[in-house]
Design a protein around this ligand. Structure first.
Ligand SMILES: C[S@@+](CC[C@H](N)C(=O)[O-])C[C@H]1O[C@@H](n2cnc3c(N)ncnc32)[C@H](O)[C@@H]1O
Ligand code: SF4
Length: 457
């Protein structure tokens, strides 16, 4: 899966908890930092302002899964022609508003984008090619539900330009699939994976969820063993997040269902990492495993804080606009509700609902939070692209808290950069608040030093 329609709300283990803290910290720090740090926030261009990836959100589903709180709608009827026109229009507008001349990858996510017509996918890709450079071998991923109903043949999506599939199989256990409210069984999932592998060998990913009601470490391990012989070169594992307002949340709250406790969940994650590694699927990010280097280029772009443009209802983007000084990155959110979004695109060419300028501190927070999700972490060179004025050692090296994390074997800070250890990656949600606070402290000390210098001069 892509995790954007919003890096902060699209579920990836264990993001929710840590980002709630992250946001709290942001709110605490921002009021003070954003205004006074102007001199530190050099108005230079973040790296590669001319390049971005593109996320396209298809907001419709056939049925509501019991655990899902993504931006999705079950439509009574659908006008594919209008949706296609609006997705094309918004793609064109946002590309023109940005400084982007090159799209490195495209991800069609949802919702259920495999319910879109292949001609819609082809039309959006054509619009991209008309307005920017999209190389023939750029990664183009489509999220697929293995639901037999309503879906066009995967072959037609390949003919439309898709060259990678991300299939939401979630589980191979029929009871779990029923509890999750999925509208497919494990047989459908296996058939879809097999069809996708024939069409795009080595470029098929599967999404699997764990910590499900009634699941034990043993049953989870045997599910993984069943999955290994059929999966391709990429697996994404997601710990179930109980989302307020969902049916599953209520079922757990009322005691109708229960989910595994924290210790069991931690054991499930640990055992999955071991089982997948033994099968040659190397972990390269908290939730992502690949063999033959079949990593998701698109998601790596998010984790490296590259620019991205988000198109479609509720999509999020981060890019430097062409106007307004032309140097600072903006966080953009498109209107959530599809009918309203359609009207806005028809009227204004885009459905951007919110634009926030990311200050230097905000950008570095994202680089930190996203970068530490990867095994490789944040290299010194990468950090320097965003923070030429202070390297990782200067910001984190003197901190007692960071030294404690290092001594505990959770974090590694050396000449190469900053990254989590194997154990640390499993505890990222408890490591990040410390790191964000250190970054905050650094910025505060720079402000104090600047204020002091200003007074003296
Ligand atoms: C929003 S879904 C879209 C893909 C597609 N509609 C599907 O359901 O297969 C993307 C992925 O997010 C994950 N996901 C959705 N809700 C989740 C939750 N509450 N907790 C953990 N993972 C979740 C699932 O693994 C799913 O494949
Ligand atoms: S199909 Fe996917 S996006 Fe739609 S409700 Fe289910 S989990 Fe959510």
């Amino acid at each position: 899966m892509s995790f954007m329609y919003d890096i902060f709300f699209y579920s990836l283990w264990p993001r929710r908890a840590l980002l709630r803290q992250h946001h709290a910290l942001q709110c605490l720090g921002r009021a003070v930092a954003s205004v006074r740090l102007r001199s530190i926030a050099t108005h230079r261009l973040p790296p590669h302002a001319d390049e971005a990836s593109l996320y396209v959100h298809w907001p419709y589903c056939l049925k509501r899964c019991s655990y899902c709180n993504f931006n999705k709608y079950i439509p009574r009827s659908q006008n594919h022609g209008v949706m296609t026109e609006c997705l094309q229009k918004e793609t064109q507008t946002l590309l023109q508003l940005s400084q982007v001349s090159r799209i490195s990858s495209v991800f069609f996510g949802g919702g259920t984008p495999s319910l879109a017509q292949p001609s819609t996918i082809a039309a959006v890709l054509e619009t991209v090619s008309k307005n920017a450079h999209l190389s023939d071998d750029a990664e183009v991923t489509l999220e697929v539900n293995p639901t037999p109903a309503g879906k066009a043949s995967l072959k037609d999506f390949v003919l439309a330009g898709v060259n990678r599939f991300s299939i939401g199989i979630q589980s191979l256990n029929e009871d779990h699939l029923r509890t999750l409210g999925r509208d497919h069984n494990s047989q459908h999932a296996l058939l879809t994976v097999s069809e996708a592998r024939t069409l795009c060998p080595g470029r098929v990913s599967v999404d699997v969820m764990f910590a499900l009601p009634g699941q034990s470490v043993k049953s989870w391990e045997s599910e993984l063993e069943k999955l290994l012989p059929v999966c391709d070169d990429h697996v994404s594992l997601y710990q179930l997040t109980l989302e307020r307002g969902t049916q599953l949340f209520k079922q757990v709250e009322t005691g109708e269902l229960s989910v595994p406790g924290d210790d069991v969940t931690a054991d499930m994650y640990k055992s999955a990492r071991r089982v997948l590694e033994n099968a040659g699927l190397c972990q390269y990010e908290v939730s992502s495993f690949a063999k033959n280097n079949a990593v998701s280029e698109h998601n790596i772009g998010y984790w490296r804080s590259n620019q991205y443009i988000g198109v479609g209802p509720g999509a999020h983007g981060r890019f430097v606009p062409r106007a307004v000084g032309g140097a600072q990155r903006e966080a953009r959110t498109q209107t959530l509700e599809p009918d309203v979004w359609i009207r806005e695109v028809q009227r204004h060419g885009h459905g951007t609902r919110r634009r926030i300028q990311l200050d230097h501190h905000g950008l570095l927070e994202e680089v930190l939070v996203m970068g530490l999700r990867m095994n490789e972490g944040i290299t010194q060179q990468h950090w320097e692209l965003f923070s030429p004025e202070a390297d990782l050692q200067q910001i984190f090296g003197m901190s007692e808290n960071v030294q404690e994390l290092q001594a505990g074997g959770l974090l590694i800070l050396n000449d190469r950069g900053l990254r989590c250890s194997w154990e640390g990656l499993a505890l990222l949600d408890s490591i990040l608040p410390t790191m964000l606070l250190e970054l905050e402290t650094f910025f505060q000390s720079r402000v104090s030093a600047e204020t002091q210098t200003f007074r003296e001069t």
